[in-house]
Every structure is written in structure tokens, then in C-alpha cells.
Design a protein around this ligand. Sequence first.
Ligand code: NDP
Length: 449
Amino acid sequence: MDEIMSLVKGRDPEQREFHQAVQEVVETVKPVLDRNAAYRQQGVLERVTEPERVIMFRVPWQDDDGQVQVNRGFRVQMNSALGPYKGGLRFHPSVNLGIIKFLAFEQVFKNSLTTLAMGGGKGGSDFNPKGRSDGEVMRFCQSFMGELYRHIGPDTDVPAGDIGVGAREIGYLFGMYKKLSNEFTGVLTGKSLNWGGSLIRPEATGYGNVYFAAEMLETQGETLEGKSCLVSGSGNVAQYTTEKILELGGKVVTLSDSSGYIYDEEGLDCEKLRYVKELKNVMRGRIKEYVEKYPNAVYTAVDPTLDHNPLWSHPADCAMPCATQNEVNKVDAENLLQGGVRLVSEGANMPCTPDAVDILIDSGVLYAPGKAANAGGVAVSGLEMAQNSMRLSWPREEVDARLKQIMKCIHKTCLDAASEYGAGQNYLVGANIAGFIKVVNAMLDQGLV
Ligand code: NDP
């Protein structure tokens, strides 16, 4: 295990998030390698930690003032043992190769858990869509796709959205792909409903996260009814996590963005959530505007140099981090415990730092890692691909029922794998082991390629 980590770190010393993601998987799958000499002899860890292909490219575009801007584009095609590469595109100024590699690596095991035929990949750019006009976003997307289109396809690599990439960006990206390839195919998911999108895809990550949390609670004979929840973020995943919690009778008291968070002691209701959707998705505003509309709520600006985020200090039963990686650290985890939180379900990818995860698991919190809890998004993307191939679209109830079934199945798969390897109800161990075994077995079947 140490050898693998020094290999991975030695090769790309600056890719901290990638090292973090690899370390977690390598530690938890150790018992699988101990039991299986073929895995060691076949170098599965060495192979699974090295992307099949990395594409990096220049993205030149012109802003509204006529000034030329240059961003960097990425697509990491991590592993295609189970199907075409599948995973989102992130547009955010923090994006670099290490972050895209960590996301692509996580995606491989997440996609494996969904039971659908999808390999893992991820991409994006350090472009910041915030404050840009629709015209600027369109020109950027067109330039980005001007290079990406030659590397993707419905049976090769099927990107989707992630932070900073929603329905608007997917539309512009798809339009350019169609023009360049002269084909109308299911090459992207998260498309709008009237031209190939799937019902429930926008809701899927958040809904799936809550379905998973409900499954965890059921093992304790409990439900979300009456439980108070801390949710971070206010984008796609946070919005639909909130929606489903409300539907199941829970109470959501926080939402956030990268500047700060709101605390609404009365809890959000459908009307308030409708306002948040309008604020974030249409007006493209900031979460602090919530308190102008609902003055009983309190806004707190968060100082990024602080050693913790006060959002996680409020008393609650459950926490659903839905913003970004490493947003819950050791101090936050201690504050969550102190505030009475007994369940943490990760809507975002890797939102808890490794020491935070240790604290939560050691104190018996029901903890769901993102690769299991937020797999509903990519699962419904897989269903969108299936519908596109059949030239059909399934009704809302059917997609939702399939999503719920997939989340139930992922939950059971995690528990079964954890129990087989003597890890009790440790969902982290279960998710990593189950995801890993399926991928590496497929790799071994397909020979050394
Ligand atoms: P959105 O762009 O819709 O929303 C992101 C939210 O997180 C915004 O509120 C944003 O605030 C906040 N945020 C982003 N970066 C930071 C940061 N560095 N610090 C604090 N807050 C931040 O993205 P999604 O909701 O789609 O994605 C959220 C998370 O869920 C990500 O980790 C993503 O990888 C994961 N995920 C998403 C899936 C999907 O289907 N969309 C599927 C599976 C996982 P601000 O506006 O200030 O930037």
C-alpha cells in the first residue's frame, strides 16, 4: 500500500486531492488484495490509479469587451472497463488536473456501484461562469467543445454537468457538438427535456442522496420525519436534497454558497425553496439575498481563513454537505457531534476530510460516502443514455422508481461488502470494496490493455 502511495505521489506530487482519494480507496481495499494474489500479481492498483487517457487543451474565447481570454480545458478518461467513460464537467476557477483526476477516480467506483454499464471520467475548466453574460458562457462552451468533441461520443465518453455546468451550459455544449459531428446523439446527459433529457435527471443527485439517507435510517428503525438537517451549498444537489427532505417530513435549516450561509430556524418550506431555485438558477444571485426576502433567517459570512465553518455548529439530527470537496474538516466534524448529528450523507464529492470521516465513523454516526450517496445523478444519466438509445422517454414516476430502486440496491451492496470483510455497518469500506471488485474483475477479464 505504501509503495502505491509513493508511486502515485512521486508521479504527481502536487495533486493533493487525487492523493487523498487514492489513499482512502487503497486503505479500504487492502483486505481484498490480501485475499486475492491475482489482483496483486496483475498490478490492479497500479493500473486503476493511472488514467487511461488525459486530455488537456487551450480554450480561447472572446469576452463582451472584445478581449481575448484563455482558459485550460481537461478531460480525464480514467477507466473504461465497465462501459464508455461517464462523468461530469466542472467549470470553476479552482479546477486543475489534480481535482479532475480525483473526481474521475471517484467516478469509476461510483459508476460501478450503480449497476449500469458505465466507465469513469471527469472533465472541466478553470473558467468561472459567475458574473459572465449568456453570450460569454456560450462562446466559452463552443470553444471548449471545439476541442473536446473529437474525444467523446455516445459509445466512447458521455460527459454531464457538475459545479458551474447546468442546463444552460449543457445546451451550448451539445449545440456545438452536433454542429461539428453532424450527428444528433446522446453524447451528453443533463439535456433539457424537450430535446433528449430525462425526467428526474435534475433532481436525481439530491433525491438519491436522501433516498440513501432514508435507507440508512431504516436500519435503525427510524425515518427522516421530524428530523432537522444542515444542508450546505445552494446549487443543484443542495436544492433537490432539500426538496426530498421536505417531502419526507424533515426540516432543513441551512443553505450556503462560497461566501456564507443562511440559518432559518423555522426551516425552509416549499415556497422558500421555490425562491432559492429562482434566486440561484434564474437570477443567478447569492444566498445572502435569502434574508432580504425572509428576514427571520440569519446570514453569516464565512471567513475562509477560519479553522471551521460555523454552519456545521448548529444543533441538528442530520448533515448533508452538498457544496464541494473538503468542506467539512476535523473541527467541523467535532462540532457536528456536539450538535447532536447522527447521520452524515455526502451529496458532494469528498466533502469530508479524512480526519473528519474518521471522527464520524468512530463515534458511530451513520456516514455515507459521496460515491454511494450521490450516485443517483450518474445513475439517472445512465437511464438518460438508455432512453436516448431507444428513442423513448420514460414517465417521471418510472424514472423515480428506478432511481429509488438503484439507491436501495447500492445501500445493500455497501452493507453486504462491509459485512463480508468484517467491517460491520461501515459504508465507506463497503462502497470502496464493492465498487473496486467489480471494476478490477472486468479489467482482468479484458486482459492487459
Ligand atoms: P452547483 O454549481 O449547482 O452548486 C455548487 C454549490 O456549491 C454552490 O452553492 C456553490 O456556491 C457551492 N460551492 C462551489 N464551490 C465552492 C467552494 N469552493 N466553497 C464553498 N462553496 C462552494 O453544483 P452541484 O450542486 O451540481 O454540485 C455540488 C457538489 O455535488 C459537487 O461536489 C459535485 O461534484 C457533486 N455532485 C454533483 C452531481 C450533479 O449531478 N450535479 C452528481 C454527483 C456529485 P458558489 O455559487 O458561491 O460557488
